[in-house]
Design a protein. Structure first.
Length: 293
C-alpha cells in the first residue's frame, strides 16, 4: 500500500499565504495551511475572500509528500525558496493510503441544531427525522453546520424568519443559511460570496435541497429591492468593511455573526446610525448581534 508523509514546517514570523506562493514550485503533492486551533475555536474564515495575513503564530504549513521524498532535501529547498538562514524546524507524520471517500465521509455526520432542525451530509440524509433536514455536501464553502456562528444564525432564522420574508445571505459560503431560509418560508432569497468555489458548492447544495435561491458573486451584486432580513456570518473586520452594502440592502432586520466579545463594541458603533440592536446570542465564545432598521 502507498505510504505518504505530512511534513509540518515550523516557520517563525511568516505570513503563510506568502510562504505558500513562494513555495509553489516545490515538488510535493500539496501545501496546506491549517489553523492550530480546533475548528470550534477557529477565528479564521477563508470564505470571506479577504487577503488578510495568515500568521505562522496561529497556523501551520503542511507539506504532503510521497514517502520516497527525502525530507531533508525538501526542507533544503524550502530554505532556498524562502531565503531562510537555516533549515526550519519540522515535525513529520507518516501514514498509509486509505479509502479517502470513506474517510472523508466519516468526518461529517448529522448535526442537530434544534429539536426540529438538523444538518446532514447526503450519505446520511435517509435517516428518519420528523423536522427539517438540510443536506450539505462538504466542499469549498464554509458552513457545514459545525461552527458556533453558523449554528447561532440557523437558530435565529428558525425563531425569527416569517413565511414570505425576503432574505439576503451575504457571505453565503456553502449556502446553508440561504437554504435554511427557504425551508423556513422565505420567498425571495439571494446568496452572495466572493469565492467562486464556494458559490459552486452552494449551487450543488441548493440542488440537493431542491430550493430556489439566487446566487451572485459580490462584484455583481446591486441592490434593486431591499430584503426583509439580511444576515452576514463572516468576521468582525469584514462586517465593518461591508457596512455600506448591508445598509443599502436591509429593510427590516440585520443579523451579524462571526463576532468575538472584544469586537462587539466596534461593530455596534459602526452600525449604530441605522440599526437598533436588540438581541445578542452567544455560543462558545462567539456572538450574534441582531437589530431592527
Amino acid at each position: 500500500m502507498q505510504t505518504w508523509k505530512n511534513i509540518t514546517v515550523h516557520l517563525q514570523d511568516w505570513d503563510l499565504k506568502k510562504a505558500t506562493e513562494q513555495l509553489s514550485g516545490l515538488d510535493v503533492l500539496s501545501i496546506t495551511i491549517v489553523d492550530k486551533l480546533p475548528q470550534e475555536d477557529s477565528q479564521w474564515f477563508e470564505e470571506t475572500g479577504r487577503t488578510t495575513p495568515v500568521q505562522s503564530s496561529s497556523h501551520s504549513l503542511i507539506l504532503l509528500a510521497d514517502m520516497s521524498k527525502d525530507t531533508e532535501d525538501l526542507l533544503s529547498e524550502v530554505k532556498f525558496m524562502l531565503k531562510l538562514e537555516k533549515i526550519p524546524q519540522y515535525s513529520e507524520e507518516i501514514f498509509e493510503d486509505r479509502d479517502w471517500v470513506t474517510y472523508t465521509r466519516s468526518q461529517f455526520r448529522e448535526i442537530m441544531i434544534s429539536e426540529n432542525l438538523r444538518i446532514t451530509p447526503p450519505w446520511d440524509a435517509q435517516r428518519k427525522f420528523e423536522g427539517i433536514t438540510i443536506i450539505i455536501d462538504p466542499g469549498a464553502g464554509f458552513g457545514t453546520g459545525t461552527h458556533p456562528t453558523t449554528q447561532l444564525c440557523l437558530r435565529w432564522l428558525e425563531r425569527n424568519l416569517r413565511i414570505g420574508n425576503s432574505l439576503l445571505d451575504y457571505g453565503c459560503g456553502s449556502g446553508i443559511l440561504a437554504i435554511a431560509g427557504a425551508f423556513f418560508g422565505a420567498k425571495r432569497i439571494t446568496g452572495i460570496d466572493l469565492d467562486d468555489q464556494a458559490l459552486n458548492n452552494a449551487r450543488h447544495n441548493i440542488e440537493l435541497n431542491r430550493t430556489d435561491i439566487e446566487l451572485l458573486p459580490s462584484e455583481n451584486f446591486n441592490v434593486e429591492r431591499r430584503y426583509d432580513i439580511v444576515v452576514a456570518n463572516i468576521l468582525a473586520n469584514v462586517l465593518v468593511d461591508i457596512e455600506p452594502v448591508l445598509q443599502s440592502a436591509a429593510a427590516r432586520r440585520l443579523v451579524l455573526s462571526g463576532i468575538l466579545p472584544d469586537q462587539a463594541i466596534r461593530v455596534r458603533e459602526t452600525f449604530a446610525t441605522w440599526v437598533r440592536f436588540d438581541q445578542i446570542d452567544k455560543q462558545d465564545g462567539w456572538l450574534l448581534l441582531s437589530g431592527t432598521i
